[in-house]
Design a protein around this ligand. Sequence first.
Ligand SMILES: Cc1cc2nc3c(=O)[nH]c(=O)nc-3n(C[C@H](O)[C@H](O)[C@H](O)COP(=O)(O)O)c2cc1C
Length: 189
Amino acid sequence: MTVPEVHPALAGRFSPVGFDATIDIDDQRVDTLLDAARHAPSAGNSQPWMFVVARRGDAVHQRIVPHLARSSSVWAPSASLLVANLAHVTIEGSDGWEYSEFARYDLGQAVAHMTVQALHLGFDAHQFRAFDREGLAAEFQIPSHWEVTSMTAFGVSAHAPGEARSPGTSRERAGRSDITWLRADRTQG
Ligand SMILES: Cc1cc2nc3c(=O)[nH]c(=O)nc-3n(C[C@H](O)[C@H](O)[C@H](O)COP(=O)(O)O)c2cc1C
């Protein structure tokens, strides 16, 4: 039996390291990306996510760009949209009590929803850590019970998949058997 194919959006997805700076994203599509995040499941429906949203050239974008690391500052500013991804990690006013055991897990899932939705809208996405987390938190007065976890650049890639990579990264994937700890032998009933 042949193995059914992975959904083309997932199989074709890649993280561009160059975005077409002539492509804008409109507010309606940004709303759709936020709605995709809203649809994500979360532990106890805790929805431990929040986003700082910046369209290229707007006032928020101008405040985000100085906090990019040298590496991401090469490619991220030309993306149509930069989104900082925030996780609700502790309970406000508590002595550091965890808000949800799964806060970062759930945030990642909401971001994954956004990236797949973006593909459906014709936009690629590149998630990244290469920016000043503390600097961004201070810039936007993010309360300490929220963590600035990662960012996502959304836009249309300026290059074909595999044509350009961030230095030191590879797109090679571990095999199916490498990621399967245990699975019943399919040759036996
Ligand atoms: C949480 C997270 C952090 C990442 N941080 C960076 C980063 O700082 N810089 C970068 O260029 N790419 C970053 N990436 C992108 C990964 O390097 C990329 O997804 C991986 O190499 C696989 O490549 P692909 O997305 O093209 O399949 C990050 C991805 C994730 C999910």
